[in-house]
Design a protein around this ligand. Structure first.
Ligand code: TRP
Length: 328
């Protein structure tokens, strides 16, 4: 019997990069051993910012393909697409009546996105955190692996759970965030910004060839030379983040000592980082090629996942409707 129930979501940005991988997906795979996990590609969240409709299926497909290639076993968890399970939007509506406008106005992600997309500050963008609460609580998940940037949203999910329980009786657990252990991976060409699909030259995707990986890491921004003491510059720090994420502890230790002694050569560090990344990505790329040969299989996996998710979601919805007085 697995312990607590886990829920996490990832946006369908198309093929995923090594930042998503060490920041989320690799952890998802590991958690399936210990927990009962629900993992969701959140297309309903993705449509709150400008996008092209015809591109969405490919974005969802590519993300699913990469996640499966990264080792997620759809037998060991429930892996599905959010919009295939309409109960997410239904619960979101019920929760809308419990969420306060003031709390949503304080969400930093909402503030940032409304700055970034001034001409499209839609109600969905505002409501984004409530849909996220619905995602989690629909499955009564108690543990939510996320990055630090999602802590505020998780706090709101707990608040909504408390409010629901207070008004309608004990129904939902208060979901706790589990911070992903890996540090944030920054853009290779601009290491003060987060590695991102929308920043050209910043990322290495999971399906990248060995040659490309070496080239991109070889070109990563560093600085004019190692300093004997003091803080690492952002680019060097990022190379160490990657090393820690992909290489054995002894390798990290070796380069840390070199850095501390002021004898570190980037010409030695970069190939070591590249070796470690390549070693982990090679089998993933092979699995991806196998899966990509049979696109029908990926859609079938997602359909089967949605059916399993719906079975659980439907029960929660019945319970919520009863408690809220929406059923005779
Ligand atoms: N907002 C999350 C992000 O951008 C994605 C997400 C949607 C999520 N629903 C979720 C994460 C539920 C955890 C739980 O990363």
């Amino acid at each position: 019997m697995k312990q607590a129930r886990v829920f996490s979501g990832i946006q369908p940005t198309g093929a995923i990069h090594i930042g998503n991988y060490v920041g989320a997906v690799r952890n998802w795979v590991r958690m399936t051993e210990r927990f009962e996990c629900f993992y969701c590609i959140v297309d309903l969240h993705a449509i709150t910012i400008p996008y092209e409709g015809p591109e969405m299926p490919a974005r969802v497909y590519e993300a699913a393909l990469d996640i499966l290639a990264a080792g997620l076993d759809p037998e060991k968890c429930v892996f599905f697409v959010q919009s295939y399970v309409p109960e997410h939007t239904e619960l979101c509506w019920y929760f809308n009546t419990l969420a306060s406008v003031g709390a949503l106005e304080r969400m930093t992600q909402f503030k940032e996105k409304s700055e970034q997309f001034r001409e499209n500050v839609n109600v969905g963008l505002f409501d984004y955190p409530v849909l996220q609460a619905a995602d989690i609580l629909l499955y009564k998940a108690g543990v939510v692996p996320v990055g630090e940037d999602q802590l505020q949203h998780l706090e709101l999910s707990r608040e909504i759970a408390r409010r629901f329980n207070g008004r309608f009786g004990d129904t939902f657990p208060e979901p706790k965030p589990e911070l992903t252990p890996a540090a944030r991976v920054m853009a290779l060409n601009e290491p003060t910004r987060k590695m991102s699909k929308s920043l050209t030259g910043s990322f290495i995707s999971l399906s990248e060839s060995e040659k490309e990986i070496r080239k991109k890491i070889g070109r990563a921004v560093t600085d004019s030379g190692p300093q004997a003491e003091g803080e690492k510059s952002p680019g060097v720090k990022n190379l160490f983040t990657l090393l820690a994420a992909f290489a054995p502890a002894e390798t990290v230790e070796y380069f840390e000592q070199q850095y501390q002694a002021g004898t570190l050569r980037y010409g030695e560090l970069k190939p070591a980082v590249a070796d470690a990344v390549v070693a982990e990505l090679n089998p993933i790329r092979e699995r991806r090629e196998q899966l990509a040969g049979k696109p029908g299989d990926v859609w079938e996996i997602l359909d089967a996942g949605a059916a399993r998710a719906r079975a659980v979601a439907a029960q929660t919805i019945v319970e919520v409707r009863e408690r809220m007085g929406l059923r005779r």
